[in-house]
Design a protein around this ligand. Structure first.
Ligand code: UT7
Length: 319
């Protein structure tokens, strides 16, 4: 049987850092409120001339370098994003051209904050069937552009960034299982309810969120999701070396770690410095943990996320 193995990771964060203190001069909030309720202290913002593809390209180049691979060797490019540079072509096609690859299948995945898990799961299935040998999976977002900077309910939460992994077919274990779910009946709880019609934006182009409802659903569903993954793989919580969660709120992350009986030292946390970067948050956290030497070859990692839709999903991976 063929597995998908991660052979390289990469991340990119734009230079501009926005602090809680600066936000407190923009809306009625405080560093104390933001830290206590979310765990976020800073977030990165893309420059005016940077788009999702620019961020994705940097992360992709770093992952390719770590994998010692030329972009021409990729057969599949998946970009998970909520903020594509164009309505079409996909950001994956724009990225493919930048990387100098003109043959790989390339497409975007839209599952908001769960997008990277969705992308990873799709790429894994391509590799398992033997139709793809090497895939690039990216989560990349300029989510700050979907945020109303006068709305304190949302603007303190989000940031921009990109994270990437290179997967390769291998006889050695890599991705052990993935689980994907969605329930569209929650569509109005976290949404940008707009479309482009006849050349104009039709609807509200800013993020609307019923924060408390999202919070409660996230804690409940992520608890049952991690149980589902353990049962499916006949594992105990003690078999998990690292939890790499979507970085939306430290309180949601802590609740999931508690459910897994994992000490917080076994959780890769970037929420404090990155904020919620939507589809980019998990691959960015993975890259941080790999590059600082905490996550080692052979470690078992549980990745999990929930996002607008609602969508949610998890991946169990042996590095
Ligand atoms: O990435 C996809 C998943 N997204 C998430 O996971 C987000 C999930 N939701 C959350 O993380 C939390 O619900 C929030 C951090 C958004 C809010 O925390 P909360 O503990 O649920 O607070 P709340 O919405 O119940 O609001 C409590 C109070 C309200 O004031 P009143 O009505 O009690 O007077 C809000 O108006 O806090 C107020 N508030 C703020 N105060 C200062 C809301 N935002 C702010 C703010 N600064 N930025």
């Amino acid at each position: 049987m063929s597995y998908s193995r991660i052979i390289g990771t990469g991340g990119y964060l734009p230079d501009r850092i926005l602090t809680n203190a600066e936000l407190a001069t923009m809306v009625e909030t405080s560093d104390q409120w933001i830290v206590e309720r979310t765990g976020i202290r800073t977030r990165h913002l893309a420059a005016a001339d940077q788009g999702t593809c620019d961020l994705a390209e940097q992360a992709a180049r770093r992952a390719l370098e770590a994998a010692n691979l030329d972009a021409a060797e990729l057969d599949l490019i998946i970009v998970a994003t909520t903020t594509p540079d164009r309505i079409f072509p996909s950001t994956a096609c724009l990225l493919q051209e930048r990387l100098g690859n003109n043959h790989a299948a390339a497409f975007d995945v839209q599952a908001v904050c769960s997008g990277f898990i969705y992308g990873l799961s799709i790429a894994d299935k391509f590799i398992k069937t033997g139709s793809v040998k090497r895939a690039l999976v990216i989560g990349a977002e300029v989510f700050s552009r979907l945020v109303d900077w006068k709305d304190r309910n949302t603007c303190v939460l989000f940031g921009d960034g990109a994270g990437a992994v290179i997967l390769e077919a291998s006889s050695e274990p890599g991705i052990l299982s993935t689980s994907l779910h969605a329930d569209g009946s929650h569509k109005d709880k976290l949404t940008v309810p707009a479309t482009v019609r006849q050349g104009k934006l039709d609807g509200n182009g800013f993020t609307e969120m019923k924060g408390n409802e999202v919070f409660k659903f996230a804690v409940k569903i992520l608890g049952s999701l991690v149980e589902e993954v353990l049962t499916k793989n006949q594992l105990n919580t003690s078999d998990i070396d690292w939890l790499i969660p979507h970085q939306a709120n430290i309180r949601i992350i802590s609740a999931t770690a508690k459910k897994l009986n994992l000490p917080i030292e076994k959780v890769i946390l970037t929420v404090s410095e990155h904020g919620n970067t939507s589809a980019a948050s998990i691959p960015l956290a993975l890259d941080v943990g790999v590059r600082d030497g905490r996550i080692k070859r052979g470690d078992t990692m549980l990745l999990e996320a929930i996002g607008g839709g609602f969508t949610w999903g998890a991946a169990l991976i042996k590095l």
